[in-house]
Design a protein around this ligand. Structure first.
Ligand SMILES: Cc1cc2nc3c(=O)[nH]c(=O)nc-3n(C[C@H](O)[C@H](O)[C@H](O)COP(=O)(O)OP(=O)(O)OC[C@H]3O[C@@H](n4cnc5c(N)ncnc54)[C@H](O)[C@@H]3O)c2cc1C
Length: 322
């Protein structure tokens, strides 16, 4: 079994592992020896949490450049740490930062890069990744032909599970030699986004998304999202109309999500929308048009007016929970 590096970005969430990190560690443990590479300090609590997921070795750096500059210094850390442990694979999250780090690490290590993976497993000593492509109409199995494979994995591709026996990880501090070009763009200000209280779209286990059918009123969509503890997504028609922020857009030119449950509300199911949500485990569609293409991919469909269906669903969920 090879050594698999999992990148853990602790700069923004000190001492607490993100659910996506736990999923990556679970995948790495199933396929090889996981080594955590952490951008930030590693306290006893974090080390114990990593150990619980089977990590026996942690490499970390607290150099200021990792927090003060954009993504490139983190790529230097990951590439140099992966080389130092002779990693056969590097796993990262599939967000914009994870993908950018993957690309830079790929160049630094002369490694093949696979993005948007929905499953990863070891076959004959090498990692193979599954991707869902062309709006979900094909599943592709990809394998790097290089000595190291760099793979970004979509959230919820695997259920996070701690190791049968926890490890007591060795924590090693590494000194990263940052490339001059990596320090080309510095962060000069940070303004936290106002917290919505809802989970992040790309990490959420449940997404409720609204389209043109909501006709400017996301209230029913938000209410259903809140009783389910879900994130709110949208079609491009809804974001272009200014009914909700562009950051909520799901699809080819929006975010790619793969939750356990995707509730599509008043969305027709254009190919560009499907491209961002078709790998969801269960798809429920609410649409008043029985011919709408969304019903072709929905596991459960409700033909009806969303303004009547959603409040009833909310009431029923509340009643059952009472
Ligand atoms: C290059 C390119 C990139 C694109 N990228 C994206 C992308 O990333 N994401 C994306 O979403 N789109 C994207 N699009 C746009 C995409 O082609 C569609 O135009 C868009 O997804 C349509 O959004 P919609 O389904 O909300 O609207 P519509 O297609 O207008 O569908 C609205 C649906 O709501 C239903 N409806 C109406 N009223 C109700 C009601 N009261 N109750 C229940 N149902 C109701 C209707 O029956 C209909 O099916 C892209 C297009 C291009 C060309």
């Amino acid at each position: 079994m090879g050594t698999i590096v999992v990148f853990i970005d602790q700069v923004d969430t000190p001492g607490r592992l993100h659910p996506t990190a736990l999923q990556l560690l679970t995948l790495a443990r199933a396929a090889g020896e996981p080594v955590a590479v952490v951008a930030g300090p590693v306290g006893a609590e974090l080390a114990a949490e990593l150990g619980a997921y089977g990590v026996a070795r942690i490499l970390h750096s607290t150099q200021a450049e990792l927090a003060d500059y954009l993504v490139a210094p983190k790529a230097d850390l990951v590439a140099q740490a992966a080389a130092s442990v002779s990693a056969t694979a590097v796993l990262l999250d599939n967000g914009p930062q994870g993908k950018e780090i993957a690309a830079r690490v790929g160049v630094a290590l002369n490694a093949g890069v696979v993005t948007d993976a929905v499953a990863v497993e070891a076959v004959d000593g090498a990692l193979v990744a599954q991707k869902s492509v062309l709006a979900g109409s094909y599943t592709v199995v990809a394998r790097a032909t290089s000595a190291v494979a760099v793979i970004t994995v979509k959230s919820h591709s695997v259920e996070a599970a701690p190791a049968a026996a926890a490890a007591a990880p060795a924590v090693e501090s590494v000194e990263v030699a940052f490339a001059p070009a990596s320090l080309g763009a510095r962060v000069v200000q940070r303004t936290p986004r106002a917290a919505s209280g809802r989970p992040e779209l790309e990490d959420a286990r449940i997404v409720v998304a609204g389209g043109r059918g909501v006709d400017g009123d996301f209230g029913p969509v938000e209410e259903l999202a809140d009783v389910l503890g879900a994130a709110v997504g949208a079609s491009r028609a809804a974001t272009d109309a200014g009914w909700i922020a562009h950051t909520a857009q799901v699809g080819q030119t929006g975010k790619k999500v793969s939750p356990q449950l995707y509730v599509s509300v008043g969305i027709s199911g254009a190919i560009q929308q499907k491209a961002g949500m078709q790998t969801s485990k269960v798809i429920v569609a609410v649409n008043k048009d029985p011919e709408s293409p969304i019903f072709e991919i929905a596991d459960f469909g409700i033909v009806g007016d969303l303004f009547k269906v959603l409040p009833q669903a909310v009431e029923e969920i509340k009643r059952r929970r009472a």
